[in-house]
Design a protein around this ligand. Structure first.
Ligand code: SF4
Length: 271
């Protein structure tokens, strides 16, 4: 167990992940509070989650048009939040050669397609949203637990009843393959701590793609989350917490710099 003095700070998977990916980015974003450049993928991601959430919270009873209405509402809200940070859309990150305007317009259309495609999947899948022992639909389920001494917060997109058992699910609107199931293993732990229900499986729902290689959305193969040791996970969060509170921030330049919102403040990039 890492040696640490003082009181652990509340953590989350996104903090842990960002810190592990690049300590410098973590420091710029979360310690120095540098404004992160907006990007269409943030707007799209939040808006798709909002559409899917509204559809599932309704017990899959609202119409497609109403679901898309929720999607567009969230889109406009997130777009306004991005514009409040950077009014000039040409300065928004696109992760490629597209202009900010074209990227936003493509993503608005893609997000709408992803929500409708999700509905198609849900209608045909035979899966349903789990209802927790205290009667909540397991959608955007908030939790605060302790991993060892470290408080950890999060929101679980979904827990789903599948033919092979309960599955924790995270919805991804981008194309990036997830490098590990650590996020899902944390959610498994949260469900155990909250409800004493032991979930074996987890997956990522990869939303539909358009363009040259269109693809319908669907879940990845299920991950057996019992293979990720909960003791090891506790140690990881303890190590991250201790290192961060001791001011350890190692820059880690790599492919992820292309989508880094604080890149223009980054000394590793010569800025
Ligand atoms: S640009 Fe790269 S090295 Fe710099 S903070 Fe961002 S991710 Fe880290």
């Amino acid at each position: 167990m890492p040696t640490s003095t003082g009181v652990p700070k509340p953590r989350s998977h996104s903090q842990y992940n960002r810190y592990a990916q690049c300590g410098e980015a973590y420091k710029l974003e979360r310690v120095e509070k540098r404004p992160s450049d907006p990007a269409g993928w943030f707007v799209q991601g939040t808006a798709v989650h909002s559409g899917v959430e509204a559809y599932e919270r309704s017990g899959r009873t609202i119409s497609r048009a109403a679901t898309i209405g929720h999607y567009h509402q969230a889109w406009e809200r997130e777009l306004a939040a991005g514009l409040a940070v950077q009014r000039d859309i040409t300065q928004w990150m696109t992760g490629g050669f597209k202009t900010g305007t074209k990227d936003l317009s493509d993503r608005r259309e893609l997000g709408e397609h992803q929500v409708l495609d999700y509905i198609d999947y849900a209608e045909q899948s035979g899966e349903s949203i789990w209802v927790t022992p205290d009667g909540k639909q397991a959608i955007e389920l908030e939790f605060t637990i302790r991993l060892g001494k470290v408080p950890v917060r999060g929101v679980i997109d979904q827990v789903v009843q599948t033919p092979y058992g309960l599955t924790v699910r995270d919805i991804k609107t981008g194309t990036k393959k997830q490098p590990s199931a650590l996020q899902l293993a944390l959610y498994r732990r949260a469900i155990w701590d909250l409800y004493r229900v032991d979930i074996t499986w987890g997956d990522f729902f990869t939303c539909a793609r358009k363009g040259r290689s269109p693809k319908n959305g669907g879940p990845t193969e299920p991950y057996d989350l019992t293979r990720i040791s909960q003791d090891w996970l506790e140690n990881q969060y303890a190590a991250m917490d201790a290192a961060e509170r001791n001011g350890v921030y190692l820059a880690n330049p790599g492919d992820h710099c292309g989508t880094c919102g604080v890149r223009r403040h980054c000394k590793a990039k010569g800025n």
